[in-house]
Design a protein around this ligand. Structure first.
Ligand SMILES: [Fe+2]
Ligand SMILES: [Fe+2]
Length: 284
């Protein structure tokens, strides 16, 4: 556990996609600078649950605290994974792996970062998406999906991210939003938060997607004001594979993706793979 006078940092990374051997090598190289460092792993570790267990296990041995939220790829049910569970059952199976490893998930009490930049409640979220961001290209979900099919830009979630026992991914999303909002409203109002979600909590970051058809799989308007309502000092997300720092309503948002090897190879600005969330960079 970090202390206010300690040297620990709250760090983050997402979209490790370790089915790519090069990315597995990146994970093997991730190390804390201080024994007090915490690490947020913001989803899309792997489609294979054994890979996820390996990566989170390696990181848990190195970092004082590891916090994981699911990405859509983690929730896929693919033939290559002997765990055949779907939807909520798969999610809870992954939560069970995290519990065995001592990794925190959205199903645990929210931890308080007491190190530099704290105290802050760190809130791992799982609220999925409901296709509302698809209004960037069409007025209804059906039309937005049709346009995505026509453009050849259809997220594989349509085939392998099952919502069971919910009737649809958007129904699962609405249930998660409702339950999560209750927990957020019960938080200590005297503490700021760091909100962590695989998908961006606001739609603005999707404006820079190369394929606007993809936005419909990227979040929900139901969380558009959470960073303001729930006192966020920072919001951490991934999924877009467009690492950058932006500010919305005065709140810093960090997209912390590693992404696929072909993506991080071509980035002209080399970034260290771990992004510092707290203390804010430039403040020691
Ligand atoms: Fe990803
Ligand atoms: Fe993703």
């Amino acid at each position: 556990m970090s202390s206010p006078g300690g040297r620990g940092r709250l760090l983050a990374i997402s979209d490790l996609h370790i089915t790519y051997p090069e990315n597995r090598g990146v994970v093997e190289g991730l190390r804390p600078a201080s024994p007090d460092d915490w690490l947020i792993v913001c989803g899309d570790v792997s489609e294979l649950s054994a890979d996820l267990e390996w990566a989170l296990g390696v990181l848990r041995e190195r970092f004082a605290t590891v916090i994981w939220v699911p990405g859509n790829h983690d929730l896929w049910t693919v033939p290559e994974d002997p765990v055949g569970l779907r939807g909520v059952a798969r999610y809870l199976h992954l939560v069970g792996i995290c519990r065995r490893l001592g990794v925190l998930t959205p199903e645990d009490p929210y931890p308080v970062w007491e190190g530099p930049g704290g105290p802050v409640t760190v809130v791992p979220l799982f609220v999925l998406y409901d296709y509302s961001f698809g209004s960037n290209i069409a007025p209804t979900k059906a039309l937005a999906l049709a346009r995505a099919h026509a453009a050849g830009v259809v997220c594989s979630d349509e085939l392998v991210l099952f919502p069971d026992p919910f009737p649809s991914r958007e129904a699962w999303c609405r249930a998660r939003v409702r339950d999560t909002e209750l927990r957020l409203r019960a938080l200590d109002p005297g503490l700021p938060t760091v909100l962590v979600n695989h998908f961006p909590l606001v739609r603005a970051p999707t404006a820079v997607l190369r394929h606007p058809e993809f936005a419909q799989w990227c979040g929900t308007d139901l969380t558009a004001d959470w960073h303001v309502r729930f006192r966020a000092r920072a919001v951490v997300y991934g999924h877009l594979h467009i690492p950058r720092a932006t500010v919305y309503d005065g709140v810093p948002f960090a997209e912390v993706s590693l992404g696929y090897p072909r993506e991080w190879h071509r980035r002209r600005v080399a970034r260290p793979p771990l992004r510092q969330i707290l203390p804010p960079e430039g403040v020691s």
